[in-house]
Design a protein around this ligand. Structure first.
Ligand code: PMP
Length: 311
């Protein structure tokens, strides 16, 4: 697996990753009542600086996830961003880095009534980092349409990155891998396309993009939002609406978007080639622009990069 870095930020201080522990009784460990983020830092040309992509947007989403689970932290988005920059500076590794903030329910406060509640349980936060680049296979992804469904908002809200919600992703990814595939696209309980296990989905038909709406039981990805902006920059229209699974099967191109994967072409879905079974031109164009953007090779006129000098 990816290498963890020397330092982590745990319960308000920097400490060695090996020493950053949680008690066995941690409520989030037992019930999945934590929330997390996935953020990336990229090495800039020259190798002496990292750029964190959309750091503030990730922490705003993190704090919304916290709010859903009544995780009340003594930090705002700026505090968390500052701690993250300091952590990257301390680890000082000139390699693409994956950043994992985790907010979690820790232990019942004195006088709290027993039960799987959220109020009356203490909260904690940590940030750890891994050395890991984009991990999509270079020739494109072979995906299943999962037999698992994305849960509805009234069952387990997936608009928040809740730890326990990722059991659904784990089951779907495990099923896909057991069948020799790379990932899976899940439909929601209404049978519409939702998202992949840890990425959003786009289809391309001609010069038009389409992606499921926020109401399709998806996490509203920051990469998804970035792709919509980049598409606008190069004059591609993007529809955001209900998407049927058959639309994916007949699309010219399908691609996934996520902080971990980046922009990754799907070349096979449910045993069929997408288009001619190779990465298509629109996916390639968007992917090249995305890579240039996160690596500081395009104008950062939206202020999406936080630069971290390494020494
Ligand atoms: N959906 C799910 C379920 C995810 O876990 C992720 C990864 N955070 C995404 C979509 C993509 O979101 P983002 O582009 O913000 O990484």
């Amino acid at each position: 697996g990816p290498a963890v870095t020397t330092w982590s930020w745990h319960e308000g201080s920097f400490m060695s990753t090996a020493e950053a522990r949680v008690p066995l009784t941690t409520q989030a460990l037992q019930y999945g009542t934590g929330v997390f983020e996935g953020i990336r830092a990229y090495v800039l040309p020259g190798g002496r600086e990292l750029a964190v992509f959309r750091l503030d947007d990730h922490y705003r989403r993190f704090l919304r996830s916290c709010r859903l689970l009544r995780i009340d932290l003594p930090y705002d988005a700026d505090d968390l961003a500052r701690a993250t920059v300091e952590l990257l500076r301390r680890n000082a590794t000139a390699a693409d880095t994956y950043i994992r903030p985790l907010g979690y329910k820790l232990s019942m406060l004195a006088g709290t009534r027993p039960g799987v509640g959220l109020a009356g349980v203490s909260d904690a936060v940590s940030v750890s980092t891994f050395l890991m680049g984009h991990y999509a296979p270079p020739g494109g992804l072979r995906c299943a349409v999962s037999s698992w469904r994305r849960p509805a908002d009234g069952v387990l809200p997936v608009r928040a990155k809740v730890c326990g919600g990722y059991v659904n992703s784990a089951l779907a990814l495990d099923e896909a891998r057991a069948a020799g595939l790379d990932d899976a696209i899940l439909c929601n309980e209404r049978g519409q396309v939702a998202e992949a296990t840890t990425a959003n989905v786009f289809a391309v038909s001609g010069n038009r993009l389409v992606t499921p709406a926020a109401t399709a039981d998806i996490l509203e990805g920051i990469t998804r939002d970035t792709v919509r902006e980049l598409a606008g920059d190069i004059g591609l229209a993007c529809e955001v609406r209900d998407v049927q699974r058959s639309e994916l099967l007949v699309a010219d191109e399908v691609f996934l978007t996520g902080t971990g994967l980046g922009i990754a072409p799907v070349v096979e879905l449910a045993g069929r080639p997408i288009g001619d079974g190779t990465p298509g031109p629109v996916t390639r164009l968007l992917s090249e622009r995305y890579t240039a953007l996160v690596r500081g090779e395009l104008d950062d006129d939206r202020g999406w990069l936080t630069r971290v000098p390494l020494n």
